[in-house]
Design a protein around this ligand. Structure first.
Ligand code: SF4
Length: 325
């Protein structure tokens, strides 16, 4: 959960997750939908699916015991070098390094590494250095301390060198190069995109569709159909086309409900939520794996992404104001 996400954001998710799945058997025995539902909002859903698949492998092949053999961990879905080092050093006190954004910053500054630590040679140097400096005991605590130092003291901008325990040996500090080491990443250019999301009604129920497991983003999550609006289209025209293309249904657009803004990787997305009435047609699998007509308040039983949650919440609030249910 903590990969690419802050501790503060993770804590409530972690507590709910552990309450629902207190051990590896409970996790392995759940459905993927249950797991995704508790993960919904954290993003990077592939991690949840990997965690679930790994729990199933551990139960199936290792009687639900967590092995201390690195080779077994490396064969589990989603376990790369970072997870391997984190689990084995912290759970089993094995001499395994961890490199992530915080320890990367500390190591490059302390040793005055001037190259790009994200390049191939830079990564090689980093992992070799992280391994070379490991103590022979309490490696988990050591790794944790390095990450905490990066998070709290050796911060990206204006590091607190005056209260840093490594100040006496830090090359970047001695050379006054803290703001040049590590070199800043060039942020990718942000592309503005306008999407239309279509809430389709039929006999008091709304349409939820499940993304395919192979979708590059939000695999297996549920949502109302949405896609990019073409520049020449107005929102109602786009709603009609999107509904037809993604579901096979023909619709009569009704009202614009809400406009939301959210960011996904390098896209700044403006999502226009449009309500529409089903008129005809049969569901066609393809863009979506399946679809279900659900009661307006029942969408909370399905795992949905953060922007979809905002859209569906706005819908429910709007329906309440209109006393539709
Ligand atoms: S002395 Fe400053 S730059 Fe060096 S590790 Fe400590 S906080 Fe980071």
């Amino acid at each position: 959960m903590l990969q690419q996400t802050t501790v503060a954001a993770v804590v409530p998710y972690f507590e709910r997750f552990i309450a629902a799945f207190p051990d590896v058997h409970a996790l392995a025995g759940a459905t993927e939908q249950d797991v995704l539902k508790l993960w919904a909002g954290l993003g990077y859903y592939r991690r949840a699916r990997h965690l679930y698949a790994a729990a199933q492998q551990l139960v199936r092949h290792h009687q639900g015991q967590l092995p201390d053999d690195p080779a077994v961990w490396q064969a589990l879905p989603g376990v790369g070098r970072y997870i391997l080092g984190a689990v084995l050093s912290q759970a089993f006190d094995q001499r395994q390094p961890i490199v992530e954004a915080n320890s990367l910053r500390v190591l490059t500054r302390v040793f005055g590494y001037r190259g790009d630590p994200r390049s191939g040679p830079g990564q090689k140097w980093l992992w070799a250095t992280a391994e070379a400096i490991l103590p022979h005991q309490r490696c988990g605590d050591f790794n944790q301390a390095l990450m905490e130092l990066g998070s709290l003291v050796c911060t990206p901008t204006t590091p607190h060198c005056g209260r840093c325990p490594l100040a006496g040996i830090c090359q970047a500090r001695q050379l006054g190069l803290q703001d040049q080491i590590p070199p800043k990443k060039n942020p990718p250019p942000i592309t503005a995109v306008t999407e239309v999301g279509v809430i389709i009604w039929k006999k008091g129920r709304l349409l939820l569709c499940q993304r395919p497991s192979t979708a590059p983003r939000w695999p297996n999550l549920w949502e109302v159909p949405h896609a990019e609006k073409r520049p020449e289209e107005d929102a109602p025209t786009a709603a009609v086309r999107i509904a037809q293309q993604l579901t096979g249904y023909r619709i009569e657009p009704l009202t614009e409900l809400i406009t939301l803004k959210h960011g996904v990787t390098r896209f700044a997305i403006t999502l226009v939520g449009f309500e529409a009435q089903y008129t005809s047609g049969r569901f066609r699998r393809g863009p979506y794996a399946q679809a279900q007509w659900v009661q307006p308040h029942a969408w909370t039983d399905y795992p949905v992404s953060s922007p979809q949650r905002k859209l569906l919440t706005a819908l429910v609030n709007s329906c309440r104001q209109r006393r539709l249910f």
